[in-house]
Write a protein that binds this ligand. Sequence first.
Ligand SMILES: Cc1cc2nc3c(=O)[nH]c(=O)nc-3n(C[C@H](O)[C@H](O)[C@H](O)COP(=O)(O)O)c2cc1C
Length: 334
Amino acid sequence: MSVQPVGAPAPVDQVLELACRAPSVHNTQPWTWRVSGSRVDLFADFRRQLVYADPGRRDLLVSCGAALHHLQVAAAGLGWAARVRRCPDPGDERHVASVQLRPARPHAEALAQLDALTARRTDRRRLTSWPVPQERLNALAATGSVWGAQVLPVVDPSMRGHLERLTRHADRVQRRNERYLSELAAWTAPSPAQGVPSALRPVRDPSEGPEPGNVADLAARRFPSGTLADPEVDPEPPADGMLLVCTSSDDTISRVRAGEALSAVWLHATREGLSLVPLSQAMEVEETRRSLQGDVLGDLACPQMLVRVGWLPLSRPDLPPTPRRPLSEVRTVV
Ligand SMILES: Cc1cc2nc3c(=O)[nH]c(=O)nc-3n(C[C@H](O)[C@H](O)[C@H](O)COP(=O)(O)O)c2cc1C
């Protein structure tokens, strides 16, 4: 799609097209938009909840938060300033945000963010062994924290090991549920508009055991094997950094803010050439989420999202964008 950021503000539909490029759990795109002139309201679409993977609707609301952040980035890059009210209607928990747009000249930073928005992908291919320096992790964390969440770099090896074990345990718990597996199959079936396509799922040998210490491998394993090949395999074990996105409470607005923070960190990582993949399973299973909150965070914060970040081989081919539903399905004009 062509983006024309100069002159008069772009049509609101163009802003929404870009907002819909936001990441969402299993690419469910659980949102709808209501447009009235230059006012845009964002609603969570509970009909698109992953009932078995995400029984508490955390991922759904985090996805809506990511869409809200994408909306703000798209608006700024296309000539609009956005005033956002989060969860404006206490009587309607689906009403995620009300956004008033007004014309404003885009600045250079807004245009760079817009480029990152269109370039961002979930890339689950194997990372290289180049470590992510701690200063980079700290800078990513600081970006997320501006959006009202706490983003913690996980650098202690025993802590990393613990988070990895919790993710594997959550995966085992989920896979014991036939209905979870059917839901996963439905969202990985071929579709022109939603779900996680085979072309974006790494090819893997199901008999391979997990590589110790490699969280990257956990990202590839959530989904059935696909057709995405690794162009070049580093003989050394992959290295990656981890970040934990947390909030001070666990209500709707906190989850929305966690999604905005996730999106902000992801765009920052994209601009740095780093690949980011969310690992949400430990938050989806109540037993592992409680352990994460109590044993790891000492009940001082609520975990919302774990992500791994790392470097992919420079020689990798770019990935195509994951499909999205047409705007006409998710936007009403009133
Ligand atoms: C709340 C949330 C949870 C996610 N959980 C995972 C996950 O556990 N594993 C994974 O590989 N991708 C995960 N993703 C990434 C989505 O699968 C991805 O955003 C979606 O397929 C759309 O692809 P795109 O990000 O390339 O546009 C998650 C994304 C969000 C927003």
